[in-house]
Design a protein around this ligand. Sequence first.
Ligand code: ZN
Ligand code: ZN
Length: 189
Amino acid sequence: MKLSKKQQKALQATNVDMFFDLPVQHIETQQTVRLPDEKALSRIYDTLNYRYFDGKLPKVKIEWSSRMRIAGKCYVEHRLIKLGRKYHEYFPDEVEDTLKHEMIHILYPNHGKEFKREAERLGATRYAKEYPGGKSPHKYIYICPSCGQKYYRHRRMYNCSCGICSIRGYDPRYKLKLYWSAKSRRRSR
Ligand SMILES: [Zn+2]
Ligand SMILES: [Zn+2]
């Protein structure tokens, strides 16, 4: 029996097992946020430089770091700003804020009085973007393979199913999959 496109869609919507069998990888690529590439980052930098510093900050290179778990770091002597990819996959809307924060560091290395004044002027955060010790507020994000709801957790979860999709208690059809983990790129000791 050949199903029409409409029927196939209806079937996919009801039969979660079709989704359930997809490897985690597939879900990840489907849902992964798009972050600006390094060229786009440079453009944002230039814009902010002109808007807030009359274009007086030096040209710096801006790179994504997959290993870094903090939001960003400014290497003034190397004219380099590194942004943490993990952090921004988690907080994609914070790219500009992090960039502002690191740009102020070009002028002031510490979060002192002058830094605070500049942060207020630029509307950038003074501390929030720096996790002491590189800790993120949540260590794991789980996702429902059916509805896509994300769950933020400090601990690993085993055999938990989506609270929205499961009607009564644990339902293996809606078992949550690991979507993001702060540990996944950490070196094992
Ligand atoms: Zn800082
Ligand atoms: Zn769900």
